[in-house]
Design a protein around this ligand. Structure first.
Ligand SMILES: [Zn+2]
Ligand SMILES: [Zn+2]
Length: 238
């Protein structure tokens, strides 16, 4: 994915800021395409939405993602047609659904644990522009009927029975860094939505986040501590 470091938007020429909603793609077009300089670039969402080539560019990005989706051993395909692509990674260090829309060339990452709430109504707030609300609104009935739950996604994608995290099992720094990202997300989830403690089973927001500043291959790792029972745990335990 293209990196954002305060460069100007290629569509309007104005420098982008952290507050701007931004649209970005990975590198997916070669120099033979008239739009290749917009591939692997970051732009204002609002500029992208009204760009004359947006529909064609978005469609090409969607088709590229669809073509890649069959070749990723971590992410399984739960649904793929010419309007929407749904992939999922049940690894406890990831635990996310990716929904990609042909109508906009943009996508959403939703924690598997939030999938049902997202389908129910949260999707509306996660849209960054009216064109996303339209494109997503058009495929929601299909998603709700074919993939109503996180379990349905995992079963449809053929990803059942993954008890141990493949990323954690592979070990090394990748596992360590993945743990840190996942633990950060778990800590945010614990204070906003609450989680069930793997020690005492109590569902609450009452946790302390013990964060390790220096990630290393064998040193301590970040974790949460339940203020009810004192249990220390991480993303692989919930
Ligand atoms: Zn712009
Ligand atoms: Zn507890």
């Amino acid at each position: 994915m293209a990196l954002f470091y305060g460069q100007p938007c290629p569509l309007c020429g104005v420098k982008m800021t952290d507050d701007d909603r931004r649209f970005a793609t990975s590198h997916f077009l070669g120099p033979e395409s008239d739009l290749w300089r917009f591939s692997d670039a970051v732009m204002h969402w609002d500029c992208y939405a009204t760009w004359e080539h947006r529909a064609r560019f978005g469609r090409m990005y969607f088709e590229a993602k669809r073509a890649w989706s069959g070749h990723n051993s971590y992410w399984g395909v739960a649904h793929s047609d010419d309007q929407v692509l749904v992939t999922a990674n049940p690894d406890k260090l990831v635990g996310e659904v990716d929904v990609m829309l042909a109508g906009t060339g943009s996508g959403f990452r939703i924690p598997l644990a939030d999938w049902e709430e997202w389908l129910e109504g949260e999707w509306f707030e996660t849209c960054r522009h009216e064109i996303e609300r339209e494109a997503l609104g058009a495929v929601l009935p299909l998603l709700r009927s074919k993939l109503p739950t996180a379990d349905a996604i995992i079963a449809t994608a053929g990803l059942e029975g993954q008890d141990e995290s493949p990323i954690a099992a592979a070990g090394g720094m990748v596992a360590r860094v993945s743990h840190e990202f996942a633990c950060q997300k778990l800590a945010e989830r614990a204070v906003t939505k609450g989680v069930a403690c793997p020690g005492c089973s109590r569902f609450s927001t009452d946790y302390e986040f013990v964060r390790v500043e220096q990630v290393s291959e064998s040193g301590p790792q970040s974790h949460l501590v339940c203020r009810g029972c004192g249990k220390e745990f991480g993303p692989a335990d919930v």
